[in-house]
Design a protein around this ligand. Structure first.
Ligand SMILES: NC(=O)c1ccc[n+]([C@@H]2O[C@H](COP(=O)([O-])OP(=O)(O)OC[C@H]3O[C@@H](n4cnc5c(N)ncnc54)[C@H](O)[C@@H]3O)[C@@H](O)[C@H]2O)c1
Length: 451
């Protein structure tokens, strides 16, 4: 954000606090929610025009009566392709803008699709809810436990639909896996092993430099601490606590969420213990190269092995995601194993599906899947129209992302077991971990205690 915009923003924020007190929000009157018929247009704004956004602009703009009015990015180099694709799909070009608050201010806009890096997700969600917009926000919806709790509060207070990009929740194979488990055929579930063992390279620190032309680095940082431009942060944000939280926050969050969903959405675990480290490359990476995590759910145990140093395993390929081919489970880097007292279920995301096996490897039940964006995106649009809770509502997404944050916090405080009070969402035995429940927001990018 340049200094002129920042001044304008500060003055808006001050007006905002007064407005909330007076029963309005910083974006105007307290929003109301209205169902829409199938014939009425749903107008969207895209916030964050990077790689993931393509799936949503192409997918959602194909749905009947859905249009994107804005493509917003703080990097002038980004957004061109999305605008061209959308112009082709909808017959007019969306406006290219750089400040998301212009989308929130526009009364024509029904909803926003937030595909920025993670550190912006919760704040942008809260602002959007306050402005009366429905939200599709990519996973993870937060970088800390506190902020996705605030996103739930904003969604409920302003009656907004908030769908999170945990798309497996809309997959028919996930629903049938849950039914199979609930039928009792697997026996009592005693152990769930979540695998997120990806390949990777050593982390190489990069020197600070001038930002590339067209990038507003201050706006990219947004709520995160002010630091000089560094290409390693900008292009490698996945590895930093201030912006994301490594492999666990990234792909790991999908597997943890899918595991929770098929188990019937258990609430928070009682305790979490992570042993993690940069065991492979001994680099100075913040998010560790390897984490082995154990969650105590009271009457079953869940483990999650996650990291970027096992190059011999591989993610599911196209034939497995979109075709009929099953992965070779032991070498699949993103499998979930659900151990019942009678049977074992292998479950894969990205459209893989599930198989139940007996001891000799004989498959006794299965359902092959297909990549679930095709159901998840329409579910969001349908919920904007009907005002029903979406498949991946912010509340369950919060519980799933807490598994990520719990694993990362256990590592960050020195591989310590953390006892978690699910009621207060605070740790009973570790003050250092409690200090990390909320990000140290920059002054004008704070989510308030009362949203
Ligand atoms: N659900 C999935 O399967 C899936 C897959 C890939 C990525 N993702 C998620 O999507 C998100 C984006 O990932 P990506 O790979 O597209 O990243 P990316 O770096 O390619 O794109 C992010 C874009 O956001 C822009 N941006 C940053 N701050 C902004 C701001 N304040 N306002 C507007 N634009 C801003 C950046 O300039 C960039 O163009 C991440 O949260 C990631 O975890 C989800």
């Amino acid at each position: 954000m340049n200094s002129i915009n920042r001044r304008k923003f500060i003055s808006n924020s001050i007006k905002g606090s007064a407005a909330v007190a007076a029963g309005t929000t910083m974006f105007g009157a307290f929003p109301t929610a209205r169902a829409k018929s199938a014939n009425e247009k749903v107008i969207l704004g895209l916030i964050g025009a990077g790689g993931r956004a393509h799936s949503h602009t192409t997918g959602m703009s194909k749905l009947p009566n859905v249009e994107f009015k804005y493509v917003c990015d703080i990097d002038e180099q980004r957004g061109g392709e999305h605008i061209a694709e959308l112009e082709k799909a909808q017959g007019y070009a969306p406006k290219r803008i750089s400040d998301m608050r212009r989308v929130f201010d526009d009364k024509d806009v029904d909803a926003v699709v937030i595909t920025t890096p993670e550190h912006w997700h919760a704040l942008a969600t809260v602002w959007a809810c306050q402005a009366g917009k429905d939200v599709y926000v990519e996973k993870c919806p937060s970088i800390t436990i506190w902020e996705s709790r605030k996103a739930i509060e904003a969604a409920r207070k302003y009656n907004r639909i908030v769908q999170v990009g945990f798309q497996n929740r809309s997959a028919p194979y996930a629903a049938s896996a849950r039914e199979y488990i609930q039928s009792g055929k697997l026996g009592k579930v005693v152990l769930v092993k979540v695998c997120n063992l990806l390949g990777g390279n050593p982390f190489t620190p990069k020197p600070d430099s001038a930002p590339p032309p067209g990038l507003d680095w201050d706006a990219w940082l947004g709520p995160a601490p002010e630091v000089p431009y560094n290409v390693g942060r900008h292009r490698g944000w996945y590895d930093w606590w201030d912006y994301k939280g490594g492999a666990l926050t990234d792909d790991g969050s999908h597997q943890l969420d899918l595991a929770r969903m098929v188990l019937g959405n258990p609430p928070h675990p009682r305790s979490t213990f992570c042993v993690g480290g940069n065991f492979a490359y001994h680099s100075k990476r913040e998010a560790p190269e390897l984490q082995a995590i154990t969650y105590d759910f009271g009457d079953f145990a869940m483990t999650c092995d996650s990291g970027n140093s096992t190059n011999h395993l591989r993610k599911s390929n196209g034939e497995e995601r979109y075709g009929k081919k099953w992965p070779h489970w032991p070498s699949n880097s993103e499998r979930i194993e659900i151990y019942g007292t009678k049977q074992l279920m292998y479950l894969g995301r990205h459209g893989i599906g599930w198989q139940v096996m007996e001891a000799d490897g004989k498959v006794v039940a299965e359902e092959k899947g297909y990549h679930p964006d095709q159901w998840h995106q329409p579910n969001f649009i349908e919920c904007i129209r009907t005002r029903k809770r979406p498949n991946s509502d912010i509340e369950q997404a919060h519980y799933s992302s807490c598994l990520v944050h719990l694993g990362n916090l256990s590592y960050r405080v020195g591989n310590k077991q953390l006892v978690f009070d699910g009621e207060s969402e605070r740790f009973a035995n570790n003050d250092a971990a409690n200090q990390l429940l909320k990000p140290a927001y920059r002054k004008h990018y704070r989510i308030p205690e009362v949203v």
